[in-house]
Structures are given as C-alpha cells and as structure tokens.
Design a protein around this ligand. Structure first.
Ligand SMILES: [Fe+2]
Length: 390
C-alpha cells in the first residue's frame, strides 16, 4: 500500500512538473533531450521502488537501503522541481509583460528586464536540482556533536559539568545501518559523556534494535544509559520493539523513572511513551504520561525527562522538571542560522535547539537519522549537553 501511494504521488508530481516545464521555459526545456528526461523522470522511480520492496520482503539490508536511497533521490528532484516551477512560471509570465513591441524603437530597458526574467525562469529548476543534490548529500554527512551548555540556577555542585550524550531519531534500517551508530559512538568517546539518553525512533528495522542497544552499552560511561520509544517504534510494532529493547542491556523507561546519585546528589530520570498520532491531544497525553512516569519517584535534586515529543516542555514546569530531552522533529530537516526554518510558521513547535519555559528547559535534537534523505543546513547531530551552574 505504501509503495502504491508513493507511486501515485510521484506520477502526479511528475505530470504537474512536465506541464509547468513546457509552459515556462519554452525553448530551453522543450529541447528533445530535456523533454524526454522530464517525461521519464517520475516513472524512473518504479524500478527503485521495486528494489526497495524486494529488499524489504527478502530482508536484504543492502537491497532495501539502495532501493530506498534511489527512490529518495528521484522523489527529492521531483519535489524540488515542483516547489520552484511555480516561481519559474510566474517569472516567465512577467517576462511576457516586458516583451518589446516590434514597431517601437530600442526599449533596451524592457528587453534587458525580459532577458533577466527569462534567465531566472530557466535557472530556477536548475537551482532546484542543485539544492536537491546538496540536501541529499548532506543527509548522509557525518554526525556532528554540538556542545550545548545549559545553565541552571541552584544546580548542585555535583552536577556542574555533567555531560549527557543525547542520541535521537536514529531510524536504523532506512538509510543507516548499525555501522552509522557504531561510528557515531566511536567519535563520541572523546567528549567523555557521563550518561547517555536515547530519545526514540531508534530502529525502523526492529531486527537491529537489540544490537543497537548492545553497541550503545559498549560506550563506557560513569553513569547509566537510558532509552525511550518514539512514534516509529509504535509504527513497527510497539510490543516487539519493547521486547527487543529489553533483550539488550540499556534500561527502557516506558512511563517509568529511575533515581541514582552523582556524588551526594540525587538525580531522577523519567521517560514517557509517545502519543503516536499527529492530531491527538498531545499535551494532554504527555501530561498524563509524565504524571505516571514520575509517580513514586524519590525526592531528587534534579529531574530529567526523556520525551520523544518536545511538546512535553508545555507540562514540564508543572512537574518540577529541570531538563527535558527530545527529538521527533528532525529540526524540520531545513535550518537557518542554527534553528529550524519552519519556526517561521511554527514558532512554538520547539523544533530544534534549546528552549525555556518558566524554570524548565528543553533541548530538541535534529536527530542522527531520518526517513527522508534531505537536509539543508540541518546536519545529523548527537548533542553533548553539559549541565552548568547559572
Ligand atoms: Fe524521527
């Protein structure tokens, strides 16, 4: 069903793209070679979708990843064309307005404007394909380790300088295998994390889950590692996902908490389930889940919450949570100046970076994986969060 939907979507996009190309950039885009490419482009996805499907059915990881990657490339090129062609179309219409009238003399200004607009109309799809290439390439770049200092008033001395390696949205099995996680963990070693928090969407191929937990456990830290589930664990089968996480060495916090001491200071960490659905009452769900997760927790000097959804910040202060770590958004996969570009239209979405509400703070990771291979100015990341005295 998923593959049929992708096919219908790409065919529809291809049809619109070809129409706009023909209407927009007359001479250039109606060259036989380009016209044939525009005609074939949307349908070239079919063999790659078949490869992806065969890879999924046969459980051959290399076939699945190759098929998914090539499908992603074709889809991105088509989507980028779809996004820029309306601009091309508009520019092309404007260039007609500036068309010089034959009986009148020079009108050099109008002619040069027309040339400029015609060039812009032709260049937009080329720019789109270039951006698609860059976005695709950077979606496979090495994971970065941004050093995030989070200041807290009255932070106990024992916690000053504690480093948390925050892993989120690995999506193992789509475009990345266990080698991606292994490589990231090896590179993380030099940052000397004190504990590790994994905030969901760990593996889309549940067959990789237990080995992922074993790999995470191999990075030695003075304090524990903890993991929570995301919406993709639900999509793949939450019971099986939990069974496979529990078969590994990293404790799962499924609406549960754990308290341990650092020096003489008590720290409670709790983790919540994911509401899964997009339009559910997410805040209400999280409010209830956080309540259950901290139920019976020992009196602690610092309370840390792991929630796949960053929306948990809206209820965090109510439960005296000092810090929440989240993922889910992938930073919208398009960034601008270190923030998600989509904050323009969703300013309270806590999409990427540090946030504060009252006395409670949040870091939303852009994640170290994805299910759609396109990232612009929003690299893969595994932030190292350092607690600091304000
Ligand atoms: Fe995710």
């Amino acid at each position: 069903m998923f593959f049929i939907l992708v096919l219908i979507l790409i065919a529809a996009i291809g049809f619109v793209n070809r129409y706009l190309l023909k209407k927009t950039n007359g001479q250039i885009w109606q060259l036989p070679l380009l016209d044939k490419t525009a005609k074939v482009l949307p349908y070239s996805i079919v063999p790659f979708l078949i490869l992806w499907g065969l890879g999924s059915l046969s459980n051959l990881q290399w076939l699945k990843i190759s098929g998914a990657t090539l499908t992603g490339i074709i889809l991105i090129i088509n989507l980028m064309l779809l996004l820029t062609l309306p601009f091309s179309f508009g520019t092309h219409l404007l260039s007609r307005i500036f068309k010089p009238e034959p009986q009148k003399s020079p009108l050099k200004l109008k002619k040069s404007r027309r040339m400029f607009l015609k060039s812009a109309a032709a260049a937009a799809p080329v720019f789109a394909i270039g951006s698609a290439g860059e976005g695709f390439a950077s979606s496979f770049s090495e994971t970065r380790f941004p050093q995030i200092e989070m200041p807290f008033k009255n932070l106990p001395d024992d916690l000053d300088g504690i480093r948390i390696l925050h892993l989120s949205d690995l999506h193992l099995g789509y475009y990345f295998g266990l080698d991606h996680l292994e490589n990231t963990l090896q590179n993380a070693e030099k940052y000397d994390p004190d504990l590790i928090a994994v905030t969901g969407d760990i593996a889309d191929d549940l067959g990789l889950m237990t080995d992922a937990m074993k790999l995470i456990d191999q990075l030695k830290t003075p304090y524990n590692k903890y993991v929570i589930v995301g919406n993709h664990e639900h999509f793949r089968g939450i019971n099986e996902a939990i069974r496979r996480i529990n078969a590994g060495p990293v404790p799962l916090l499924f609406n549960q908490n754990d308290t341990f001491t650092i020096g003489g200071t008590k720290l409670t960490i709790a983790g919540v389930d994911d509401p899964v659905r997009m339009r559910a009452d997410i805040t209400g769900f999280l409010d209830n889940a956080v309540d259950i997760a901290f139920n019976g927790a020992a009196q602690a000097d610092f309370r840390l919450l792991l929630s796949h959804r960053p929306r948990a910040l809206d209820v965090a202060e109510k439960y005296n949570i000092d810090l929440t770590l989240s993922g889910h958004t992938h930073g919208g996969q398009v960034g601008f100046a270190g923030r998600s570009l989509w904050e323009i239209i969703n300013e309270n979405g806590y999409l990427w970076g540090s946030y504060q509400k009252g006395n409670s703070q949040l870091y939303t990771s852009a994640g170290m994986g994805h299910w759609f291979p396109f990232r612009l100015n929003c690299p893969l990341e595994a932030p190292v969060i350092t607690l600091k005295k304000a």
